[in-house]
Design a protein around this ligand. Structure first.
Ligand code: NAD
Ligand code: WQD
Length: 360
């Protein structure tokens, strides 16, 4: 299959690209590089020995997106593009609604124009909000008790896809609800490359282990959990990427949602200890106030993905910490060659202003 990955230069997208290439699929990427760089895909090419066609464009630009569909003729789309920082979404909700919803509107419209019927969408367990029973299954209520605009965009996009499916019964729309993706490819060549102070626990812990930051702030130890700290379902990014391959290759009709997680939770302190073990160094931390909007516990029921996609996460928390640590040591500045050198890439519009840079 020739798969078009929106946001394919990013953390999860680059791992999905590699797994697809290794399964023999072709990969085309549309990414505006607002939170990523070409280097991730250059390394994917190096690891796979195969070519990735990267189009640098804003997915919400419909003319550019049409042009990319003409040039690449995809069989299916995996839609990962969007903004993902929870705190930033609270500070600038309109930007989040405009980008995440706008990209999806454009994509779905162009897919319909070009009769591309298969879409896999990057959703999040955040759509279950704060009121779901544990472990959270796909039949839990979606869209209630969501505490931030980022999560709202995911729930809204899921609803939009449900509505689209009604108008076109031939569409195959697969919604993947990720729990907490962590880790890196075992080669240490691709991984997570946060541009600012990391929002998520794992990259923060990794930077403390490396001495880039002083200590981890543990957001609360008074939750109703065994050690009082928050519990999450951490899933290795390579397992997650393979879930996308399984979703792409499955023949599913209509809209189907799947949890992608391990089915069990680990606490913040367990994560710090696991990382400390694999990095063989102590990781200083201090307990601070809980973060607004955080739930105590979240982990998924993952039976549906096993039964219908044949997908089960294989890797452990230790595996993910080890791979994240290998990535951190080999790439202390991520994909850059020096600290703080990231400048978002400007789109190079063609003379007609459509904003597409064709693959070299
Ligand atoms: P990421 O920021 O690394 O990747 C997103 C990519 O989208 C980036 O390469 C960015 O440059 C690109 N992009 C952003 N706006 C764009 C636009 N208008 N046009 C074209 N490209 C655009 O993030 P990620 O962690 O790889 O996440 C991928 C997807 O998975 C996102 O939709 C995210 O919301 C979702 N998700 C991520 C997590 C997580 O913890 N990382 C959890 C649940 C869901
Ligand atoms: C994990 C645990 C924190 C940082 C978020 C989004 C979700 C998805 C994944 C993406 C929690 C604790 C964290 C720190 C800490 N995002 N923590 N100190 O909040 O479960 O999920 O990322 O697209 O939608 O909501 O992940 O990694 O931020 O936090 O103690 O410095 O670690 O309280 O218990 P979260 P996280």
């Amino acid at each position: 299959m020739r798969a078009l990955l929106t946001g394919g230069a990013g953390y999860i997208g680059s791992h999905v690209a590699l797994e697809l290439l290794e399964r023999g699929h072709e990969v085309v990427v549309i990414d505006d590089l607002s939170n990523s760089s070409r280097e991730s895909l250059r390394r994917v090419e190096e690891l796979s020995g195969r070519k990735v066609d990267l189009y640098v464009a804003d997915l919400s630009d419909i003319d550019a997106t049409r042009e990319i569909f003409v040039a690449s003729n995809p069989d299916a789309v995996i839609h990962l593009a969007g903004l993902k920082a929870v705190g930033e979404s609270v500070a600038d909700p309109i930007r989040y609604y405009r980008t995440n919803l706008g990209c999806t509107f454009t994509l779905v419209q162009v897919m319909r124009e070009f009769r591309v019927k298969k879409l896999v969408f990057s959703s999040s367990a955040t759509v279950y909000g704060t009121i779901a029973d544990l472990p959270v299954s796909e039949s839990s209520v979606v869209g209630q008790g969501i505490t931030n605009p980022y999560g709202q965009t995911k729930a809204m996009i899921e609803q939009i896809l449900q509505d689209v499916a009604v108008t076109d019964p031939e569409m195959q729309l697969t919604i993947l609800r990720y729990f907490n993706p962590i880790g890196a490819h075992e080669s240490g060549r691709i991984g997570e490359d946060p541009r600012q102070v990391p929002n998520n626990l794992l990259p923060f812990v990794s930077q403390v282990a490396a001495g880039v930051r002083e200590e981890v702030s543990v957001f609360g130890d008074g939750f109703a959990t065994p050690d009082g700290t928050g519990v999450r379902d951490y899933v290795h990014v390579v397992d997650l990427a393979r879930g996308h391959v399984a979703a792409l290759e499955a023949s599913l009709g209509g809209v189907r949602a799947f949890n992608l997680g391990t089915g069990h939770g680990s606490s913040v302190l367990q994560v710090i200890k696991a990382f400390s073990r694999v990095a063989r160094r102590s990781i200083p931390y201090k307990v601070v106030a809980p973060r607004l909007g955080d739930v105590a516990v979240s982990y998924g029921n993952v039976v549906k993905a096993a039964e219908e996609l044949g997908w089960v996460a294989q890797r452990t928390l230790e595996d993910a910490c080890r791979d994240a640590w290998r990535w951190q040591l080999a790439n202390p500045y991520g994909y850059s060659s020096q600290a703080n050198s990231f400048v978002p890439e400007r789109l190079d519009p063609k003379p007609d202003g459509c904003g597409v840079v064709p693959p070299p």
